[in-house]
Design a protein around this ligand. Structure first.
Ligand code: CA
Length: 289
């Protein structure tokens, strides 16, 4: 038997910030068939597991884009830290570029105390040129971003570099396209980092060994599951590493064309039960085989 890896935002979570009963039912059907259902997200594990608990789900969770994995009861089984000196240099770069960022650590999401003002200001600036629909889209994403569990507001960046915390991932966020592109270009060629995106407004940096795809491979080994009868479903650039790791990959209808091109199949959107459809499609394909 294999595993079923599901991304959260834009995939399992719909645009009402909710997980549908239909999705939960499909997950239970797959579990009853013997599949291990795994969540793979850019979110912190504590944030993701709180969301799952809210709808009565208890699942293996790959967090911080593959830097962590936790058992359903919350035991850590994978932990890929970013080197401290590297984080320090990146943070300095982000500060200089006046970018909002979050450091995903084992015990919280650390962000500079005043950094949110950068995002509020960027939305204000966008009002000069953006349409009302575009502003609403930004506000929707901002609400999601700031609604994560476990924020710790830093007085000084140095707090986090003292050695008490494990740093898994750095997420930079901006409503200013030029700032995002500048960051993307700066870090794109770095072989000592992974660079992915999970939203229209962010880019995320991690350890080069940390990816959702690698973490799935690790979990499959630990749980004795077969990747040649496994599926993954997601909507963003940080999901394509999973697509390469499993036999059956599904992009959401709401994914970018670039992401769709890397998946074997395209399922419905996150507002039209795309996850449930993908799971049933996968189970059927395996049965027919
Ligand atoms: Ca996503």
């Amino acid at each position: 038997m294999g595993l079923i890896a599901i991304d959260l935002d834009g995939t399992l979570i719909n645009n009402q910030h909710d997980i549908s009963q239909e999705s939960i039912k499909a997950i239970q059907v797959a579990q009853n068939d013997g599949y291990e259902v795994v969540i793979a997200t850019g979110r912190s594990h504590f944030d993701a597991q709180k969301i799952l608990k809210g709808v009565g789900l208890s699942l293996y969770t790959i967090g911080a884009n593959g830097a962590t994995a936790h058992s359903p009861s919350g035991t850590n089984i994978l932990s890929i830290e970013m080197p401290r000196d590297k984080v320090e240099a990146i943070v300095k770069w982000l500060d200089d570029a006046h970018l909002y960022y979050e450091l995903f650590c084992d015990d919280g999401i650390y962000t500079p105390k005043e950094a949110r003002n950068i995002l509020y200001q960027e939305i204000e600036d966008a009002r000069y040129t953006a349409t009302e629909a575009e502003i609403n889209f930004m506000s929707f994403h901002l609400e999601k971003q700031l609604g994560q569990l476990g924020f710790v507001f830093m007085e000084q960046n140095q707090d986090v570099f003292q050695g008490r915390h494990k740093i898994y991932n750095i997420l930079a966020y901006s409503f200013d396209k030029h700032k995002r592109q500048h960051g993307w270009k700066t870090f794109k060629e770095r072989k000592d980092l992974t660079l992915v995106t999970s939203s229209p407004f962010n880019f995320e940096l991690g350890h080069p060994d940390a990816s959702k795809g690698n973490a799935i491979g690790y979990l499959a080994k630990v749980l004795n599951k077969t990747l040649s009868v496994s599926m993954a479903v997601g909507d963003s650039g940080n999901d394509t590493s999973m697509f390469g790791a499993v036999s059956h990959s599904y992009a959401m209808a709401n994914a970018d064309d670039e992401v769709k091109a890397k998946a074997k199949y395209v399922t419905a959107s996150n507002d039209e039960e795309g996850v449930a459809q993908a799971i049933y499609d996968f189970l059927n394909r395996i049965k027919i085989k």
